[in-house]
Design a protein around this ligand. Structure first.
Ligand SMILES: [Zn+2]
Length: 424
């Protein structure tokens, strides 16, 4: 087939998705409109609803609903979905982490696979079209590949605090990148956190990411204890790692903040997702802004651990790309980004509805390397979330109404295909 045929095929109208409202991008709402999608899953146009239908074109009318750019969960762990309600916050972060580590050790791959399948199903059923998922077992990749439907960057996790173990960890990581999935899947790499990954592992992982053109994601600046451990090598992380015999004798604290540490290692000189960032000083925020790194804020996981106020306002004011994540069901009640948005709207009145919708759509897509998913414009992949709305709901302050609880996910569309639909 010549390239001319491909271009022509791309222009063929396949499906029309109609609804009472279409949110082209946060802040831009159209009434009684349709999204026209090509047979290659791209948006051809967004226009006022027309009465006529064309032969061979599928018409999907969502009725009293709003079609919005697909919701993005920029940080989760699908394979931990079996841990819902099976961990408690027993006083400290490391107490919680010890419970997760113990349950992970006892879990065979089949259970991780089953949990990942559950996580993906829950994500699609709550409107997620794109996810940044972290997997230690590798089973999330298998689950996403067999299920299809969800656009996903699967970050393979690496843990090794001994410098001498970095080589093995990287070799293992490289092997995991060989697995092939479907057109919606891409690999990423994730050194776990500064208290479980050595400087050498970060250096090698960042080099690998650059060589392969992959995104890098890492948990960072999540707790005060992490700051103390990096600054002085003391505190609950020393006790926790020692209890697991995981603290190498030659490990020395870098004596700086977690962000200064990653920046000095060159991790932030490439596209990366800095997950949590609950504790940042002004220098750290300035460094993140200067490097153009994305921050993934997980509001309900943040609340689960009872952290101090998140510096999300300062990050946004500094021009940082802030995305939202649910983290896993080991520290959250659901994998719904809509739930995350609603929680954030209630908890932080200094963050506007527009900013919350942006964080959950535009910013998440940009963080995961899909800047073209930012708005419903011609030529862009048709990743859409449909929120069913109460009959007669007015367009005034629709975003605010949704954040206050109006509506629920009724459809999830990825690359023009309905990946999930609520059974009426
Ligand atoms: Zn996480």
């Amino acid at each position: 087939m010549g390239s001319g045929c491909i271009v022509k095929a791309d222009l063929m109208l396949k499906t029309v998705f109609a609804a009472k409202y279409v949110l082209v991008e946060p802040g831009i709402l159209l009434e009684d409109s349709e999204v026209h999608v090509s047979d290659s899953g791209r948006i051809l146009s967004v226009q006022r609803r027309t009465a006529s239908t064309q032969p061979g074109v599928e018409m999907v009318d969502w009725g009293s609903a709003v079609i919005i750019p697909g919701l993005v969960n920029a940080h989760t762990h699908f394979e931990l979905s079996s841990l819902r309600g099976r961990t408690s916050r027993s006083g400290s972060f490391t107490g919680w982490l010890a419970q997760v580590v113990a349950q992970n050790r006892a879990r065979p791959d089949e259970l991780s696979l089953e949990a990942a399948r559950t996580g993906i199903r829950l994500a699609l059923a709550s409107g997620t079209t794109l996810a940044g998922d972290v997997t230690a077992s590798g089973m999330a990749w298998n689950a996403a590949a067999e299920r299809g439907g969800l656009r996903c960057i699967v970050f393979q996790e690496a843990i090794a605090l001994a410098s001498s173990a970095a080589g093995n960890a990287i070799a293992q990581l490289e092997r995991s990148l060989d697995s092939s999935g479907n057109a919606l899947l891409a690999h990423g790499i994730s050194p776990h956190a500064p208290y479980t990954a050595s400087a050498q592992l970060y250096l090698d992982a960042a080099a690998l990411a650059r060589r392969k053109g992959l995104l890098l994601s890492t948990h960072v600046a999540e707790t005060k204890a992490e700051l103390e451990f990096l600054q002085t090598g003391t505190g609950e992380f020393r006790e926790f790692l020692s209890s697991l015999s995981a603290l190498p004798e030659d490990w020395t604290p870098p004596g700086v903040s977690p962000i200064a540490y990653l920046d000095a290692l060159g991790v932030m000189r490439q596209p990366c997702l800095l997950v949590h960032c609950n504790y940042l000083d002004e220098d750290a925020i300035a460094a993140i802004a200067a490097r153009g790194s994305s921050v993934v804020y997980c509001p309900r996981s943040h609340a689960f651990f009872g952290h101090e106020d998140h510096p999300v306002r300062q990050l946004l004011d500094s021009g940082v790309n802030v995305a939202l994540g649910t983290d896993s069901l080991a520290s959250n009640d659901s994998l719904s980004i809509l739930d995350e948005m609603r929680y954030l709207y209630k908890a932080r009145r200094d963050i506007t509805a527009d900013e919350i919708f942006r964080a959950a759509t535009v910013n998440g897509a940009r963080a995961l390397g899909f800047a073209e998913l930012c708005a419903l414009r011609p030529g862009r992949p048709a990743d859409l979330t449909v929120l069913g709305l109460p009959q007669g709901i007015a367009s005034n302050h629709l975003q605010e109404e949704i954040l206050q609880g109006a509506g629920e996910c009724t459809g999830t569309i990825v690359q023009g295909e309905v990946a999930w639909r609520k059974v009426q």
